[in-house]
Design a protein around this ligand. Structure first.
Ligand code: SAH
Ligand code: SF4
Length: 351
């Protein structure tokens, strides 16, 4: 079934023309507002009954519903979302001083198969449409009304289930929808897209003229290391990946963020040196991430062994020496969340 949330206002106006003469154009604008309020068709009280009935018969009013909400002691909220066909994905809401950041999913599952990731274990179920991604944000926004966390969603990170650049067209459309003035009107500067490094798609993204932040899940300083933990490294070498990243940077002048899971194999002093060389010419920052253990962690893949505390802090010092800006990611919601994809997996296993 077609989703109204997939449409831009111009597309909704065109769509409305096919609904017959009783549909003046201003109705499309009214309905568009309702969609972003995440109203049900029955709540669209300024619409004639016959239009509401027609909408009910032909469309879904709320493409995403919140199946489960877990609230952490630190206020982080983890969501299990159900899509209209019963598919489930995850999202997380993190509260900071400046506002709320929501992390949303772009695919149900993922076919990239990174060794450390729970999302990838069962492969890809399906892509989300732009309207479904939008509805993850709208559903949470709507749900928070009147609660303690009822503050505007100020930032969006595409870091939930899925590889955003493996669902390229829908993700780009979502970014345009959520940042449109007549829609959610969120600045593209407040949107981050995290990718495991599909170099060709990074180049294409650079040409879209979007103001978003590109985040790269790097996790290694050599091809050899990267191949041990990420299948995508077999398709694109670090050389190709950094060529694409530099192209993105030249086009957008946006600072690049690197995600780096701390492992025993990637935290030697030589790794810091290599990272410095790879990133020459970029403005960038490293997020260092302690690994979250998943069902197929260390026992099945020895490359996932974490470093000792001492080795990790030496690596930290070495990065500083190399002049690399780095912080350790705040582990919000660790009492409820677990690693990305784990909530969804536990649900799939139950059914
Ligand atoms: N597919 C995209 C975005 C979703 S994954 C990507 O790979 O970038 C979001 C982030 O969580 C990525 O940086 C990923 O490497 C990281 N991640 C996945 N599983 C993890 C785990 N078990 N421990 C720590 N980080 C993990
Ligand atoms: Fe997919 Fe990202 Fe998980 Fe890799 S880390 S399997 S790309 S979701």
């Amino acid at each position: 079934m077609k989703l109204l949330h997939d449409l831009t206002l111009t597309e909704l106006k065109q769509e409305a023309e096919s609904w017959g003469q009783k549909m003046p154009r201003y109705r499309a604008e009214q309905i568009y507002k309702w969609l972003y309020d995440y109203a049900s068709f029955d709540e669209m009280t300024n619409q004639p009954t016959e239009i509401r009935e027609m909408l009910k018969q032909n469309f879904v009013d709320r493409p995403v519903s919140i199946e489960k909400e877990l609230i952490s002691k630190d206020g982080t909220r983890k969501y299990l979302f159900a899509l209209s066909d019963g598919t489930v994905v995850e999202g997380v809401l993190m509260s900071y001083k400046y506002g709320n950041t929501i992390c949303i999913s772009t695919q149900a599952g993922c076919r990239m198969g990174c060794a450390f990731c729970a999302t990838g274990i069962d492969g890809l179920a399906r892509n989300l449409t732009a309207g479904e991604m939008l509805s993850e944000v709208l559903a949470v926004n709507h749900h928070l009304k009147g609660t303690k966390a009822d503050r505007k969603i100020t930032n969006i990170v595409l870091m939930g289930c899925g590889e955003p650049l493996d669902n390229y067209d829908n993700v780009v459309k979502f970014i345009r929808l959520i940042s449109a003035k007549e829609g959610f009107n969120l600045s593209q500067r407040n949107i981050s897209l995290s990718t495991c490094g599909l170099a060709d798609k990074i180049k294409a993204l650079a040409d879209e003229n979007l103001g978003i932040t590109l985040t790269i899940s790097l996790h290694a300083s050599t091809d050899e290391q990267r191949k041990k933990i990420m299948k995508v490294a077999r398709a694109y070498s670090l050389k190709e990946l950094f060529f694409a990243i530099k192209y993105y940077f030249e086009k957008t002048h946006r600072r690049i963020v690197f995600e780096y899971i701390l492992l025993d194999i990637n935290t030697d002093p030589a790794d810091a040196e290599r990272l410095n060389k790879l990133c020459k010419g970029l403005s960038y920052h490293f997020n260092l991430i302690p690994i979250n253990t998943t069902p197929n962690s260390e026992e099945t893949n020895p490359a996932l062994k974490p470093p000792t505390k001492q080795k990790a802090s030496q690596f930290w010092e070495e990065l500083k020496k190399q002049g690399i800006s780095a912080t350790t990611r705040r582990t919000l919601g660790s009492d409820i969340a677990g690693a990305c994809g784990q909530l969804r997996r536990s649900k799939i296993k139950q059914s």
